[in-house]
Design a protein around this ligand. Structure first.
Ligand code: NAG
Ligand code: NAG
Ligand code: NAG
Ligand code: NAG
Length: 646
C-alpha cells in the first residue's frame, strides 16, 4: 500500500463527508440546499432529483407518448434479434415498455431513469428518451482516463494533460478539491490498473455496455468512455469521456488502483466526483420543477398551418446524436491546439490546415451541423487553398463527429467525388404504420407541402431523382417487408433531395480519390456515419481508426440511421396534418422530456436489403493512441500522414 498522500486524501474526504452529514440540518427541501451553486456534492444533487414523488399520471402520459413514438422507429423489429456483430443490443422493445409502464417506482426520478437507461442501452443515439428534468447534473471526476500505447503495450492512464485540462473548468471546480485537500494534480499520467475493483478495461466495457449508448457497436462505445479531442461550439475541445463525465450524479467517488508517474508502487485512490449543474436557475424544489421539469413551449409540436411566419424555407432533415458529455465549455488546452496556419476561415465546424511540406491537406470536420451555408463555403475555401498550395492528398478527421444536416454529408461526398457521380446519397424508407398512413393521407388532403411538413411527398425524389409531385402517396400501397419474422410495412424507396447545393460543385474530384483518407475514433454518428459509409462503400476510401479496446474488433462508424425526428418534430407532423385527435396520436407531454427516434433507414449500396446501420464494416487500419496523439490533433495527422501516405 502506498505512501501517505493518497491515503491522507482518502481519509480526509471520508472524514469531510461524515462531518457534513452530521452538520447538515435534515432539510425538507434538498433542492434549496444546493441552489445557486455551479458545482455540488453528487449525493446532494441526487437528493434534490429524488425529492419528487412518483406520479402515475405522469408515468402514463410519458409511456403513452414513448410507445407511440416507437411505432415510427425504423429498427424496432430489428431489435428482436440484432444481427451480428451487434447482438448486444437485442431487445424486445414492446415487452420492455410494458414492463416499465406497469412498474411502481419509488420516485419520479427512478421512473425516468429506468426509461432513460432502457433507451440508452438500445445503443441508437437517434432513439433515446431524455428527461430534461433529470439530466441537469453532470458528474465530473478530476481524472479522465485514456487508453495509450507505451513501448508497444497498451494500458489505461489518467490523462497526461490533467494539469493543463482540469483548470479550464474554473476555480469553482478546483477550489473544492483545494478545500478538502485532494491532490488531483499528482494523478496526471498515472497508470490505471483497476477501477471500482475490476480491471480498468473491464470497467471500460461495463460503462460502454450500460451508460454510453449512442453507438450500436460495442467497440465504438469503448472509445466514448475515454477522453478525446473534438470540435464543440466551433472550437477545439476535450471530452471528459463517459467514465469521468457520466450523465448522472450517481457516485460521490470513484476508486482506482493506480501507479503514479515516477512511482513503481500500486496504490488505491478514492477520487471525489463533483456534480456540475447544467439546468436553469432555481431556488427550491418548486422552482426547480418549474424551471427544468414542467413541459414548456418547446416540449411539444405546433400546428404549422397556423404559423405563416415559419413558412420561410423548406425544412431541412437532420441526423445527429445528443452528446450530454459536459464541457462544451471545456476547451482543448492551448499547447495541444494545432499551430499550423489555417487553410480557410476555420470559424465553423471545419478546421483546415496544410501539413508541413505542402503535400497533405487536413480537414477536421467536427460535425455536419452549425451553419448550413458556411459549411459549404468553408469546404470550397479549404479545397481552393489546398489546390493553390500544391496539395495532392487529403486527410479528413471525423473524430467525435456527431452528425448534423443529412444534406451536408451528401454535399461533402459529392464535392470530393465530383458532380458527375450524380445522386450522392442512399435509398431510404420510413415506416408505413397506421398513423403514418393517416398523416400522409391528411397532408395530401390539406395540400401541406415541404415548407411545413417532412411527410409531404415534395420533400423526396423517386429513385430516378425526379421530385415526387405534391400529393403523391408513397405509403399507399405500402411495401411489405419482413424482419425477424415480423411484418414491417414500409414506404416505397426514395431519395433525398439535396441539390442544388449552395455552392457550385466541381464535375470531377478535386483530388485523386485514392489520395483521400479518413481518420478518427469511430465515434462518428448519424450524418457522419452516412458520409464515411458513402466514401467507404463507393470509393473504398482508406479509414484509420485510433483507440478502442486492444484486441477487440471495431466498426469505423457509430450510429448510422438516417433522418431523426425529435418528439416535438413528430408531434408537429401530427398536428400540422390535423390528426392530433386520432386515437392513435400520442397526447402532448406533460413534462419537459424528449423521445427522439430514427425515422428513416439508409440502405447499404453493398446490400440493398440491409440498413447501413447493420452493415458490418471495419476500418482497414487500427492504431493505438499514444501520449503524443490522444489530445493532439496535429500530432495525430502527422502520424497518419506518415502511415497512410508512405
Ligand atoms: C401528478 O401529476 C399531475 C399532472 O401534472 C398532477 O395534476 C397531480 O396533482 C400529480 N399528483 C400528485 C399526487 O402529485
Ligand atoms: C517525474 O520525474 C521527472 C524527473 O525527475 C520530473 O521532471 C517530473 O516532473 C516528475 N513527474 C511527476 C508527475 O512527478
Ligand atoms: C509551402 O507553402 C508555403 C506557402 O505557400 C511556402 O511558404 C513554403 O515554402 C512551402 N513549403 C514547401 C516545403 O514547399
Ligand atoms: C421517374 O420515376 C417516376 C416513378 O416511377 C415516374 O413517374 C417518372 O416519370 C420518372 N421520371 C423520369 C424523368 O423518368
Amino acid at each position: 500500500m502506498s505512501p501517505s498522500p493518497a491515503r491522507f486524501a482518502l481519509t480526509f474526504v471520508a472524514g469531510l463527508i461524515a462531518t457534513s452529514n452530521v452538520l447538515a440540518v435534515p432539510s425538507a427541501d434538498p433542492c434549496a440546499k444546493i441552489s445557486g451553486q455551479p458545482f455540488v456534492v453528487p449525493s446532494d444533487a441526487l437528493a434534490c432529483l429524488k425529492s419528487f414523488p412518483f406520479n402515475r399520471t405522469l408515468q402514463d402520459n410519458v409511456m403513452t407518448v414513448v410507445s407511440g413514438v416507437f411505432d415510427f422507429f425504423t429498427f424496432e423489429d430489428w431489435y428482436f434479434t440484432s444481427p451480428p456483430p451487434f447482438q448486444e443490443s437485442t431487445s424486445n422493445i414492446p415487452a420492455q415498455l410494458t414492463k416499465i409502464k406497469r412498474t411502481t417506482y419509488k420516485t419520479d426520478y427512478d421512473f425516468n431513469r429506468d426509461l432513460y437507461d432502457f433507451t440508452t442501452q438500445l445503443n441508437d443515439g437517434h432513439t433515446r428518451y431524455f428527461p430534461n428534468c433529470y439530466t441537469t447534473f453532470q458528474n465530473l471526476l478530476p481524472a479522465p482516463v485514456v487508453t495509450l500505447e507505451e513501448n508497444g503495450v497498451q494500458n489505461v492512464f489518467i490523462v497526461p494533460d490533467l494539469v493543463e485540462f482540469i483548470p479550464l473548468l474554473g476555480t469553482a471546480f478546483t477550489s473544492f478539491f483545494d478545500k478538502i485537500g485532494f491532490n488531483w494534480q499528482r494523478l496526471a499520467g498515472a497508470k490505471v490498473l483497476e477501477i471500482e475493483g475490476v480491471d480498468a478495461y473491464a470497467y471500460a466495457d461495463k460503462i460502454a455496455s450500460t451508460a454510453s449508448g449512442n453507438y450500436l457497436d460495442h467497440g465504438v462505445r469503448v472509445n466514448s468512455v475515454f477522453s478525446s479531442y473534438r470540435i464543440s461550439a466551433n472550437d477545439f475541445s476535450q471530452r471528459f469521456g463517459d467514465i469521468a463525465g457520466p450523465a448522472f450524479p450517481d457516485k460521490d467517488t470513484l476508486t482506482m488502483k493506480i501507479i503514479a508517474v515516477n512511482s513503481t508502487k500500486a496504490e488505491t485512490v478514492k477520487i471525489p466526483f463533483l456534480a456540475n449543474y447544467l439546468g436553469s436557475p432555481f431556488t427550491d424544489k418548486a422552482s426547480f420543477w418549474d424551471a427544468n421539469c414542467a413541459a414548456n413551449e418547446e416540449t411539444n409540436g405546433v400546428d404549422l398551418r397556423s404559423s405563416a411566419s415559419l413558412r420561410g424555407q423548406v425544412k431541412r432533415a437532420k441526423a445527429e446524436i445528443v452528446d450530454k458529455d459536459p464541457g462544451s465549455a471545456v476547451g482543448l488546452p492551448g499547447p495541444f491546439i494545432p499551430n499550423l496556419p489555417p487553410a480557410s476561415g476555420n470559424s465553423g465546424v471545419i478546421k483546415s490546415f496544410i501539413l508541413p511540406g505542402n503535400k497533405t491537406g487536413v480537414m477536421f470536420v467536427g460535425s455536419f451541423g452549425g451553419d448550413f451555408n458556411l459549411f459549404q463555403t468553408d469546404t470550397v475555401a479549404s479545397i481552393q487553398k489546398f489546390k493553390q498550395s500544391g496539395v495532392t492528398r487529403l486527410i479528413i478527421d471525423l473524430t467525435n463527429n456527431g452528425g448534423g444536416f443529412v444534406c451536408l454529408g451528401q454535399f461533402l461526398h459529392q464535392y470530393l467525388a465530383g458532380a458527375k457521380i450524380g445522386y450522392p446519397g442512399f435509398q431510404t424508407t420510413s415506416r408505413a404504420n397506421p398513423l403514418a398512413q393517416k398523416i400522409l393521407a391528411s397532408d395530401i388532403a390539406l395540400g401541406n407541402n415541404d415548407f411545413i411538413t417532412f411527410y409531404s411527398s415534395d420533400n423526396w425524389a423517386f429513385l430516378n431523382d425526379t421530385q415526387m409531385p405534391l400529393g403523391f402517396n408513397y405509403n399507399d400501397p405500402s411495401v411489405s417487408f419482413k424482419i425477424n419474422g415480423r411484418n414491417d410495412p414500409e414506404s416505397i424507396r426514395f431519395h433525398d433531395i439535396c441539390t442544388p447545393f449552395s455552392v457550385p460543385v466541381p464535375d470531377d474530384p478535386p483530388f485523386d480519390l485514392s489520395n483521400v483518407v479518413i481518420v478518427g475514433n469511430a465515434d462518428c454518428a448519424s450524418t457522419c456515419a452516412m458520409f464515411s459509409t458513402l466514401m467507404f462503400e463507393r470509393h473504398q476510401t482508406k479509414i484509420a481508426i485510433f483507440g478502442g479496446k486492444p484486441g477487440l474488433p471495431m466498426e469505423y462508424k457509430g450510429m448510422a440511421g438516417n433522418q431523426v425526428l425529435e418528439w416535438s418534430d413528430l408531434d408537429t407532423e401530427i398536428k400540422t396534418a390535423g390528426v392530433k385527435d386520432d386515437p392513435l396520436a400520442p397526447p402532448d407531454l406533460l413534462v419537459n422530456s424528449n423521445m427522439r427516434h430514427n425515422w428513416r433507414i439508409a440502405w447499404s449500396f453493398l446490400n440493398e436489403n440491409n440498413p447501413i446501420a447493420y452493415q458490418s464494416e471495419r476500418p482497414q487500419f487500427r492504431f493505438p493512441y499514444t501520449k503524443d496523439t490522444y489530445n493532439n490533433p496535429q500530432n495525430l495527422w502527422l502520424f497518419a500522414e506518415s502511415k497512410l501516405f508512405p
